[in-house]
Write a protein that binds this ligand. Sequence first.
Ligand code: NAP
Length: 476
Amino acid sequence: MYINGKWENAESGKTFDSINPASGKTIAEVPDGDDRDTTRSIDAADAAFKNWSKTTVYQRSEYLGKMYQLMIENKDKLAHTMTEEQGKPLKAARNEVQYAADFLLWYSEEVKRVYGRTIPAPRPDQRFVLNYNPVGVVAAITPWNYPISMITRKVAPALAAGCTVVLKPAEATPLCAVETFKLFAEAQLPPGVVNLVTAKHPGPIGETFLEDKRIRKLTFTGSTDVGKMLAQQAAVQMKRTSFELGGHAPFIVCKDADPVKAVKGVVLVKFLNTGQACISPNRLYVHKSQMDAFVNEFASRVERMKAGSGFEEGVSIGPLVNENALLKVERQVADALDNGAELVTGGKRLVNDGLENGHFFAPTILKGVTSEMLIYREETFGPVAPIIEYGDEDDLLMMANDTHYGLAAYVYTDKLTTAMTLFEGLNFGIIGINDINPTAVAAPFGGMKESGLGREGGPEGILEYLDIKVGGFSLR
Ligand code: NAP
């Protein structure tokens, strides 16, 4: 763990294993932190805040620039750790490191442009001034599926704003966090500005974050269930919060879309990170006139996808994170088949050809999926594409919006009117129109409804770490 500028063991002396999900083998032992280590980290972050919050934006920009450079120089090393610990193919891991680094660079620039403002006053002898102030010490909790970019998406704007940070990464990917923090240490950030607590059991860390009054902001990326629980407890001290939670994205193929273009898109985005992405398409609404062309093309491409270790050339399907993730996918597929869905391809664990010790599931397509099935309602987080046929355009928006999630949605159409009507009618925070990657560091990322609160990335991302202060001055 990295606390107050030093690499530390847990006070308890305990450790836990980081495990390769493709082979089941232990990669390394990591300190198993608890409430005591969390409190030490908050002590350090609180002490560091006094000076860090007073540095100029130019000083903070320089640190972030250095962190960016170091991340780019160490891209291959970080990607290697990510593939080993999280399982995604090496090329995808390299892309993630680049995305992670881009947050550091973008906020190193954006911080220079966080202007306050003057506001016209109703009285001639009055002046209003609006300033932004860093909120204070930030507690950050990150998931395993994007184990490095989810760190910088929080740390870059928080540090740029003048906040200090205590971060708890997921139990499944502590080494990705350790390697990232090694670079933060190399950038010579003052002690206590960033702190890392690794842990097997998240409960005591979360409780300490929530109970300690010095934590003024909690930023969380993970499941909706845990997010809601933390939101309720954060309300006790009215802490500032942001939540990036689960998704259940519709992917709509309209009657005027090019089915091959739509298939190329869905293959890339559905199986990205083996379906373990919050913006993964979870419900494919295909117009009945497109069904045959779409399903045939989709199946022929999916059947050619190769599963295996992310280090192997040509592999696009990595392992799922653990046994529970496999069980969830199996349960959803079995439920859909029991209730009348048709298996187009896949549908089972992969246990041959050296995959028996990992958590592999075949890329799967189901058709004939209906609203009665579990997969229609629950986030899957695995390589399963459920297809729902639709005919009536009027019902489409109602069906696509019929979820308590509101993160991402995708539309394939060649008609401008259809594109704009669906863009305006879909209740989701990020919408790709003929585009499977509607994300970039400069574009605010986040969801509506139970997919979260607040935004990460873009100018909105830094405002999450700033308090507004208004001064009213009388000249009389
Ligand atoms: P998770 O189980 O909610 O875990 C997320 C993080 O919260 C992990 O660090 C976890 O620690 C920690 N955590 C769990 N219980 C906690 C508690 N009681 N107190 C404090 N921390 C706690 O979610 P996940 O399975 O890792 O991640 C997948 C979910 O994240 C999906 O729903 C996905 O859609 C969502 N996600 C959303 C976005 C977005 O931007 N909207 C991005 C990526 C992922 P442990 O690992 O130790 O349990």
